[in-house]
Design a binder for this molecule. Structure first.
Ligand SMILES: [Zn+2]
Length: 108
């Protein structure tokens, strides 16, 4: 959990995320990063939601990235996982939003 992570680890994550954000499309919001401490094979996940609310399409204006605590101990792995999830974030916020705007929710 979050409180088990050292401040230095959190700062390291922040630094890497801020650095990687500069290679994404300018103007994209920085995703919130959540640290999880679970077993299993998924090291990272990028959350983004869209759907219909009272008949109108909606989608999140930002994503949430979840990473496993165990990847934070190796900087190369951490960087690789964050880069991968940030690519999903950019894809959701750029390409998927464009498709939703173009085709609407029903045909998406
Ligand atoms: Zn992926």
């Amino acid at each position: 959990m979050l409180n088990e992570l050292k401040i230095a680890d959190l700062q390291k994550i922040d630094t890497i995320v801020n650095e990687l954000m500069t290679v994404l499309k300018p103007g994209l919001p920085t995703p919130k990063i959540k640290i999880n401490n679970q077993q299993g094979n998924t090291l990272g996940f990028c959350h983004w939601q869209y759907g219909l609310k009272e008949g109108k399409p909606f989608w999140w204006g930002n994503t949430e990235i979840e990473i496993q605590k165990r990847v934070t101990t190796d900087e190369r792995t951490l960087r690789r996982i964050l880069a991968h999830e940030l690519a999903h974030s950019e894809d959701f916020l750029v390409n998927e939003v464009a498709a939703l705007e173009k085709y609407g929710y029903q045909t998406y």
